[in-house]
Design a protein around this ligand. Structure first.
Ligand code: FUB
Length: 329
């Protein structure tokens, strides 16, 4: 059922195992010496920074994510490793789980929003925020407490609905925090970026599972996310919706990417860099030594992203070549 679902998405093909082919710089997966997940790109001038969670699950362990790593590139093919930028436990109130994150630049500072597990004072997942003068740190906890914790969203169906933050800043400087699992939430941020400024509302988009990512192109707002449609298969795919304003109304546009090989999760991160658009995501096709890809051993990948004249996003295949493909789809 899963394979049929994957093949049914127009133009989508599964990649062959990473270990079975030589590595051209920039081909998929882009990082092969560590397992990485939840890619979050940030463009600053001539350089694209990439923040990922470090997957360290052993055997059948589900997730073991203790830290976030930073990479950067100027050509999308050669990546510089900047090391771990933070551990989940650098937030003194957090107990574990360096889950999905996004780095944003505002007010001359780098703000790192990330999902972590809160300690027993507020059981469940929470959103942390750290700040630095540099995209590679050092970072420090910007509040000394969670920006969002589980009890702030009582409408959530479980204790892990407050994950996967993405931040969008409007042309007038107003910033919005969007996040969620099973429910997609939105709240305004104060100009200081570290406090909410108003109520938490829900964004009702079909099949929403997790991993929201906001971008804007030619006046259209895009909310891209990991979606679940049990009729299509058991694993997450990437779907999106569009809107004329960040406040909506959002129009569902369907799936643009099939499930990743071996991976229940898939996590979109989108950036325009040097005039081209890219979709960052992960699957679990990488093998390192005797450790095969798995739910908690994922690998970050990138595909070029193309739009139709009406602004809709063309289906994005999983490819081995990734950004090194010579032909435009
Ligand atoms: O990597 C841990 C969690 O799995 C992330 O927060 C979700 O987006 C999913 O990828």
């Amino acid at each position: 059922m899963f394979r049929a679902a994957v093949l049914s998405l127009a133009g989508v093909a599964l990649a062959t195992p990473a270990a079975a082919r030589p590595s051209t710089p920039g081909s998929n997966p882009i990082i092969r010496d560590r397992f990485t997940a939840d890619p979050a790109p940030l463009v600053r001038g001539n350089r694209l920074y990439l923040y990922v969670g470090h997957d360290e699950a052993r055997g059948k362990e589900m997730f073991n994510m203790r830290e976030w790593l930073a990479y950067s590139t100027t050509d999308m093919r050669h990546w510089t490793f900047h090391g771990p930028i933070m551990k989940a436990t650098d937030f003194k109130w957090a107990s574990k789980d360096a889950w999905a994150s996004q780095m944003v630049f505002k007010n001359g500072k780098y703000y790192f929003y990330a999902a972590v597990e809160h300690d027993k004072t507020h059981p469940g997942k929470a959103i942390a925020i750290a700040v630095s003068d540099s995209p590679t740190g050092p970072f420090k906890d910007a509040r000394g407490s969670a920006l969002v914790y589980n009890q702030m969203t009582p409408q959530g169906p479980h204790t892990w609905d407050d994950i996967d933050p993405t931040v969008w800043t409007e042309g007038d400087g107003t910033s919005w925090l969007i996040w969620g699992n099973a429910k997609c939430y939105i709240a305004k941020l104060k100009p200081n970026m570290v406090e909410l400024d108003g109520p938490i509302r829900e964004m009702n988009v079909p099949r929403f599972e997790e991993g929201p990512w906001i971008h804007k192109r030619k006046g259209i707002y895009y909310l891209t996310y990991a979606s679940i449609d049990k009729k299509q298969g058991p694993d997450e795919r990437i779907a999106y919706a569009t809107a004329p304003k960040i406040a909506g109304p959002w129009t569902f546009r369907g799936d643009i990417m099939a499930s990743g090989k071996n991976s229940f999760t898939i996590h979109p991160g989108i950036a325009e860099f040097k005039g081209k658009w890219y979709m960052f995501y992960h699957d679990a096709s990488l093998t390192i030594g005797d450790e095969k890809g798995a739910l908690g051993r994922r690998a970050v990948r990138i595909e070029p992203m193309y739009y139709n004249p009406d602004g809709t996003i063309r289906p994005i295949p999983h490819t081995d070549a990734g950004v090194t493909a010579s032909a435009k789809r």
